[in-house]
Design a protein around this ligand. Structure first.
Ligand SMILES: [Zn+2]
Length: 360
């Protein structure tokens, strides 16, 4: 189930600011479940499962958008220059396949890479800045590209794909955060008809752009507890082994610390009652639960924590992912299924005596 949901969502283009197609696919699942939903002006998609008003209300959210590019310029030759949208790794761009999402339809293209036969020895180990790269979509002129619907501002994403790997693992485009979007649909299904707190499910927008697209949803829903579902750094490949011990296939993880200082200056230190809640929920159902602590990565939860007159109790829960922000990210769908079971167990445990105000 989670696997098929993930596959379906990974192959839908949804650059930050252009999430409508992803939202429509998710809304179709909510319709299938008979769950009412609504959207706001930014495009956040919200479904609420009403619960016991005596319990703290919970908002669980995942972002629909993905990183990518915007067309910056079309050269007279028909080659297309890109602007970055989100944390695009320039090291991993040359020769990647992309999809130009024009209003007249999707067009494939290839990001340029200097022909190997013309590459000098010192160029072999250089990263080419994105401004020098171009997309070759086959057009012979600017006029031809424009006639096909390519304009300045056209959204561009990595060519959407979903690959089945060994051991049940999957590689795909925008695992970050279609994994979370899939988990949220599965959670909606798991929680239907169950007693517990009021549960707001939010599929949010523009996380990869400015981390704040979800704010209107958080402000209007005014939850007591906010839980972000996003990807977390798997550290079980050699190049990141010193960053932690989160393993792919080792189950979901909670983030104990996140911080980003370059221009954002934000981060999340989780609410201690929610950390205890997740530990107890994992123990209840004998689920594996991993822990992550990192600088250099942030989620939109950073901004939610400050909303409302009392603030919100908050926690980042994530699915381990390898090669984040690359054209193909690797994930174990079992970790997504484990995350859904963890959240279901945590929601079952929320009682009126869950104290969220941190008194001395
Ligand atoms: Zn993300």
């Amino acid at each position: 189930m989670t696997r098929e949901l993930l596959r379906e969502l990974m192959v839908i283009p949804g650059l930050a600011g252009y999430e409508e197609r992803v939202a429509r696919a998710i809304a179709a699942h909510l319709d299938r479940l008979g769950l009412a939903h609504h959207s706001d002006r930014l495009g956040n998609l919200v479904a609420t499962l009403p619960g016991d008003a005596a319990l703290p209300s919970v908002m669980v959210f995942a972002h629909m958008d993905q990183l990518g590019f915007i067309v910056r310029k079309i050269e007279p030759s028909g080659l297309i220059r890109l602007e970055r949208q989100g944390g695009v790794p320039e090291r991993a761009l040359p020769a990647q396949a992309v999809l130009l999402c024009t209003e007249d339809g999707d067009l494939p293209g290839v990001i340029s890479n200097k022909s190997h036969h013309a590459t000098t020895p010192d160029e072999k180990y250089q990263v080419v800045p994105y401004v020098r790269l171009a997309v070759d979509a086959g057009f012979a002129s600017k006029e031809e590209a424009e006639a096909a619907g390519v304009r300045i501002g056209t959204p561009v994403v990595y060519l959407p794909r979903a690959l089945d790997l060994a051991s049940g693992r999957m590689a795909g485009t925008a695992v970050d955060d279609r994994a979370g979007c899939a988990a949220l649909i599965a959670l909606a299904e798991a929680r239907q008809g169950k007693p517990g707190p009021t549960l707001h499910l939010v599929w949010s927008v523009q996380e990869e752009h400015n981390l704040r697209g979800v704010l209107p949803a958080a402000t209007s829903l005014a939850p007591d507890i906010a839980i972000s579902i996003d990807t977390l750094l798997a550290c079980d490949t050699p190049e990141v082994a010193d960053r932690g011990d989160v393993e792919l296939g080792g189950g979901p993880a909670i983030s104990m610390f996140s911080f980003h200082g370059r221009g954002t200056l934000n981060g999340v230190i989780p609410h201690p009652a929610l950390v205890r809640l997740m530990d107890a929920a994992a123990a209840d159902r004998s689920l594996r639960l991993q822990r992550s602590a990192h600088t250099g990565l942030l989620t939109d939860l950073s901004y939610i924590q400050f909303t409302g007159p009392q603030g919100v109790a908050f926690l980042d829960v994530g699915v381990p992912v390898r090669y984040s922000h690359s054209a193909l990210e690797v994930v174990d769908p079992e970790d997504i299924a484990g995350l859904v079971r963890l959240l279901d167990a945590a929601l079952d445990r929320i009682s009126p005596d869950l104290e969220l105000v941190r008194a001395p």
